[in-house]
Design a protein around this ligand. Structure first.
Ligand code: NAD
Ligand code: UGA
Length: 447
């Protein structure tokens, strides 16, 4: 490991393959740094939306960056590789790497992209992998491109990305660190120069270490969440308060104030669950049994059941009971249902026979038809809770904190308030004549 030279940012011609949640942010932010960026996506509808200056998903600040850079002529979108790759000094790969049923990362989008760029690469181009890929993938990618085009002179660099949805623009512009893995140092420093950063740590290393840093970072965050959820489940046995436990832990500088110690119904999203399972798969494939990582997955998969356990305290069974769920997304102030623990909890409620009424303030974006067919989607929280026996806060959207709890209570048949994100002050909820249950906030009865 070493520090990359920090210097003046070069202005370069870039091509970003894949203009999804991470690729669109990467393309727009790199254009904002002054580079000329052409982003390629096979999804033509997505390209049309992006060309009109809008992101095809909710991400604060991104629309402005896209439209500003389109207008400045620095950013373009296409579905044609031939329009974008031949002139590019850097080709960034930001395609999806979703999980297969075994947990293994599905690299078919990445290999398809590599096959398509290979014959079009400019001399001395640098292929930069932004997608999260298993250890060893970049070395294989270099071989694949070489076989597809033996005349190509190129280098492959791993430059994993650490964006959080909902904070993606800010995370790109003020990264905690920039990680660059390369087989040859020159290619790595060329990539570092794209960022031209002088005040953020740049870690220049080999390909495999860079790949592992990305998985280790997400596995560490996931560990922290499963850890605090386990502590919360223990807290509930004794009437102890996990919020104060977390506060006390965070005061230890070795843990820190921004640690992932908010207990709830588990972590979801397109990355933490998928990357953890992919790391488990990679370890097992190479003959190592990752006992701790497996346990983190197990704790997380169990956690949505806490919602059912809370309800069982009040109701002998849930058959035909109307239950309101506030929130669908995997976390607050975003709309992404991939591996959402809120959706997992809804499926548990449905399996127990409950009639589920749902409100998510950002659900004007697409809700999958399969889910929509099984629940009643409501236009607001007050409609959702009408006649319900319980309300479950499943996502910590900040607008929920402004709800009129009295009004909510008056619309319901029974006063059961399950705060599966510990987003509310229990005393305030109780003042509105609700019976409050959080996660690890003093319910003695639960599993
Ligand atoms: P996504 O599904 O939102 O976007 C992927 C895009 O790639 C889609 O628009 C798809 O049409 C396009 N695509 C697929 N195959 C293509 C091909 N051959 N050529 C051109 N375009 C193609 O996925 P995402 O969330 O942006 O994730 C992409 C990668 O970034 C994943 O490896 C993920 O783990 C990683 N990542 C994502 C985030 C995040 O905040 N979402 C953060 C860090 C890392
Ligand atoms: C996560 C990482 O935070 C990013 O650094 C990384 O780049 C990204 O995955 C990725 O690789 O794609 P993201 O998926 O946007 O980002 O979500 P987070 O904000 O990290 O939250 C993940 C899940 O954990 C959510 O379901 C959230 O509600 C939950 N969470 C988070 C908790 O339950 N408790 C916490 O204390 C923190």
């Amino acid at each position: 490991m070493g520090g990359a030279s920090e210097g003046e940012r070069v202005k370069a011609h870039l091509c970003v393959i894949g203009a999804g949640r991470s690729g669109a942010v990467t393309a727009a932010c790199l254009a904002q740094l002054g580079h000329r960026v052409c982003a390629v996506d096979v999804d033509q509808e997505r390209v049309v939306t992006l060309r009109s200056g809008r992101a095809p998903f909710f991400e604060p600040g991104l629309d402005e960056l896209i439209s500003g850079n389109l207008n400045a002529g620095r950013l373009t979108f296409t579905s044609e590789y031939a329009d974008a790759v031949p002139g590019a000094e850097f080709v960034l790969l930001s395609v999806d790497t979703p999980p297969r049923p075994t947990g293994e990362a599905d690299l078919s989008s990445l290999t398809a992209a590599a096959q398509r760029i290979a014959p079009l690469l400019a001399d001395d181009a640098v292929v930069v992998t932004r997608s999260t890929v298993p250890i060893g993938t970049n070395a294989e990618l270099a071989k694949l491109i070489h076989v597809a085009n033996p005349d190509a002179t190129f280098a492959v660099v791993s430059n994993p990305e650490f964006l959080r949805e909902g904070h993606a623009v800010d995370d790109f512009q003020r990264p905690e660190r920039i990680v660059i893995g390369a087989a040859e140092e020159r290619a790595g420093t060329r990539v570092a120069a794209l960022y031209g950063t002088t005040d953020r740590p740049v870690i220049l290393t080999d390909l495999e270490t860079a790949e592992l840093i990305k998985y280790a970072a997400n596995a560490y965050l996931a560990t922290s969440i499963s850890f605090i959820n386990e502590i919360a489940n223990i807290a509930d046995r004794f009437g102890a308060d996990v919020g104060l436990v977390a506060e006390a832990l965070a005061l230890d500088r070795r843990i820190g104030g921004d640690a992932y110690l908010r207990a709830g119904i588990g972590f979801g999203g397109s990355c933490l669950p998928k990357d953890l399972r992919a790391l488990v798969h990679t370890a097992e494939l190479h003959g190592y049994t990752p006992t701790l990582l497996r346990a983190i997955v197990e704790v997380n998969e169990r956690q949505p059941k806490r919602v059912l356990a809370s309800l069982e305290e009040f109701f002998a069974d849930l058959a035909r009971r109307p239950i309101a769920v506030l929130g669908l997304s995997f976390k607050g102030d975003t709309f992404d249902l991939r591996s959402s623990p809120a959706v997992a909890a809804i499926h548990l409620l449905l399996a127990a026979g409950a009639r589920v009424r749902v409100f998510d303030p950002l659900a004007d974006q697409a809700v999958p038809a399969e889910l929509e067919a099984q629940v009643e989607l409501c236009p607001d929280a007050y409609t959702a809770v009408e006649g319900c026996d319980a309300v479950i806060v499943a996502t910590d959207h900040s607008v929920f904190r402004a709800l009129d709890l009295e009004k909510l209570r008056n619309a319901m048949r029974s006063p059961v308030f399950i705060d599966a994100r510990n987003a509310f002050d229990p005393a305030v909820v109780a003042q509105a004549r609700f019976v409050y249950r959080g996660i690890g906030r003093g319910s003695r009865h639960l599993e």
